[in-house]
Design a protein around this ligand. Structure first.
Ligand SMILES: [Cu+2]
Length: 232
């Protein structure tokens, strides 16, 4: 039962999968036990003409036990997930790959700083619903939204983060394998929500450098266009 999740392709992905499976087994096990008991009691205490109902005010010991056990389990899960959460949400590793991704109805705009190394300038490389990154390097993303709340979802990287209008939210991941992976929106954001997906291509480092050079060449503004830059 390990390959029904999307193929995991990030450094922190396996930790998230572990937590997922622990929670799944705990809740799945509890579900099976409680349903089996329900079925057993329904049959065991079914209607019989000669049997009278028995009235009870409950059992304090039982109630204390079934309150404390789940509470302790929850505390343990919280402690176990804290370091994974910190790694994903509260770490900001040094990186050469710094992207700005802007969600809008219904598009992912992926922006690479051009030769000047700064985003939001004329030489940016801008892609729509397409993202290229190198394998084995942390990728830093500043996540924004132009209109409504979207959710930036890279299932294979086990990365999901809401994009909220007015906020710039930092996220990161490091891919562990090359290939094409899905970019999806995980927040119902309007009628075209289902069309809001793209492709993340993870390249080898060499391949990525070649790709970026080519992309920067075609994105670099002609010298006179840069000079007369203004509202279009
Ligand atoms: Cu969306």
């Amino acid at each position: 039962m390990s390959d029904w999740l999307p193929q995991v392709a990030s450094t922190y992905g396996p930790r998230i999968d572990n937590l997922f499976y622990i929670v799944l087994y705990l809740t799945g096990g509890s579900f099976i036990i409680t349903e089996a008991l329900l079925l057993y009691f329904a049959v065991r205490y079914r209607y019989r003409p000669d049997r009278r109902a028995h009235y009870t005010h409950g059992n304090s010991t039982l109630e204390v036990v079934w309150t404390i056990v789940p509470a302790v389990v929850l505390v343990i899960l919280t402690v176990m997930s804290k370091s994974a959460w910190d790694e994903v949400k509260h770490t900001w590793p040094e990186s050469d790959v710094n992207l700005v991704i802007t969600a809008s109805q219904f598009n992912w705009e992926v922006r690479y700083p051009g030769a000047d190394g700064k985003p939001d300038t004329a030489d940016d490389v801008i892609l729509n619903n397409e993202m290229h990154v190198p394998v084995g390097k942390p990728i830093r993303i500043q996540l924004r939204s132009k209109d409504v709340i979207h959710s930036f979802f890279l299932p294979n990287m086990r990365l999901k983060q809401d994009a909220v209008p007015g906020l710039t939210i930092p996220v990161w991941f490091e891919a562990t394998r090359t290939g094409d992976f899905e970019i999806a929106c995980a927040e119902l954001c309007g009628f075209g929500h289902y069309t809001m997906h793209g492709v993340l291509t993870v390249h080898s480092l060499e391949e990525y450098k070649t790709w970026l050079e080519e992309a920067m060449k075609s994105a670099a503004p002609a010298p006179d266009a840069a000079a007369s830059e203004g509202p279009a």
